[in-house]
Design a protein around this ligand. Structure first.
Ligand code: 13P
Ligand code: SF4
Length: 362
């Protein structure tokens, strides 16, 4: 551990420091450790502002796989930091707060997925990255919200697919790829008839933030902003997605905001708060003001400063789980074109905190 001159003891002590002092500490300690801060688009805006790379799950995993830094500080939720460790096992991966979990990831365990696999031994297992390392280790390939359709299309049309854990993303990809869809609970409960070839058998998980978005809120937002384009994350329900102009990941949403002046956005508030700051002259309205992921907001600047000073909390993984999960993640990254170096313009945007280099196309 590199010693620092004046670390404080507890997060409480850090939380008493002024904003600028916290930012100075974070920046200088990051240099000492040769660390990179990866921040998800749903983080608090002040954390987004100190992140070296801001992005969606795909872009962040590509960054984690490619970074030259010795330490990755992940400001997001647990499965994202795990993904970084899976892809960069020799690096120290830190999280400001281990309680930043993703409830969607907790819908499926490795054991429950194994039970479903026993029912369908020839099926391919496609796992949304919002899942634990142990579940990824049971999978053939991972996907994110930006490449789920591409991943499903990489399999023969008659191959049965087990898709975990998000039923809404499964439904969206089934409609986009023209495959039938059934619920895994039909098969786990009893003797449902065999599915048609090529069926997507979807786990019953969901994201409470996106699944809670409702049509009445969209109607109300559309009534106030009839000319606004509607952009919704594919974790939302079908009835909403059918009304959207764009169904895309968070990185793609940020790119769309550069191109349009009036938007209604159906996703978590962290991204929308940032876009409103970034484009004060545009009309960018949340589909729902209540769409807040409490788990993402567990991270604060004070915890980030503490985390860097104390090199805590370090994320570790059992090697057999990590290496099997890596195979599933690498297959996804290969399909998504791996990682390319950002152009000088993208680097400039990154420095300005406006990164768009994640592919982000849904
Ligand atoms: P993105 O990959 O689109 O950033 O989404 C991650 C997530 O957790 C959505 O709820
Ligand atoms: Fe998980 Fe939903 Fe939060 Fe994303 S927004 S981290 S899917 S609970």
């Amino acid at each position: 551990m590199i010693r620092i001159a004046n670390p404080l003891g507890s997060v409480l002590e850090y939380s008493r420091l002024a904003h600028d002092e916290l930012v100075d500490r974070i920046r200088s300690r990051k240099r000492d450790l040769n660390a990179v801060i990866l921040g998800h688009n749903y983080q608090r805006v002040e954390i987004q502002a100190v992140s070296d790379y801001l992005g969606d799950s795909l872009g962040l995993s590509q960054q984690a796989a490619e970074t030259d830094a010795d330490t990755i500080v992940f400001c997001g939720v647990h499965f994202m930091a795990e993904t970084a460790k899976i892809l960069s096992p020799s690096k120290m991966v830190l999280m400001p707060d281990l309680r930043a979990g993703c409830p969607m990831a907790d819908f499926v365990t490795a054991q429950s997925l194994r039970t479903l696999k026993e029912r369908f031994p020839d099926a391919a297992v496609v796992t949304y990255v919002n899942s634990t390392a142990a579940v990824k280790a049971e999978s053939d390939i991972c996907c994110t919200s930006s490449n789920a359709v591409q991943v499903i299309e990489s399999f023969p049309r008659d191959r049965t697919i087990l898709f975990v854990p998000d039923k809404n993303l499964a439904d969206y990809t089934a409609r986009k790829t023209g495959r039938p869809i059934r619920s895994s609970s039909e098969y786990l409960k009893g003797d449902a008839p065999a599915p048609e070839p090529g069926t997507i058998i979807a786990w019953d998980g969901y994201c409470y933030v996106h699944d809670d978005l409702v049509l009445t809120e969209l109607d109300e937002a559309k009534r106030k902003h009839p000319n606004a384009k509607v952009v919704i994350h594919p974790e939302a329900r079908r009835d909403l997605l059918q009304r959207a102009d764009f169904v895309v990941s968070t990185a793609r949403m940020a790119a769309i905001a550069e191109e349009h002046d009036e938007l209604i956005i159906g996703t978590e508030r962290g991204l929308i708060d940032r876009l409103q700051k970034q484009f004060p002259h545009k009309t960018i309205v949340p589909l729902s003001r209540a769409a807040v992921c409490g788990n993402m907001k567990v991270n604060t600047l004070a915890k980030l400063a503490w985390c860097l000073d104390h090199e805590q909390y370090e994320l570790t993984l059992a090697e057999d789980v990590r290496s099997r999960a890596e195979t599933a993640l690498r297959r996804m990254l290969e399909l998504s074109g791996g990682w390319r170096a950002p152009t000088p313009e993208e680097r400039q945007l990154e420095q300005d905190g406006l990164d768009r280099s994640g592919c982000g196309c849904a």
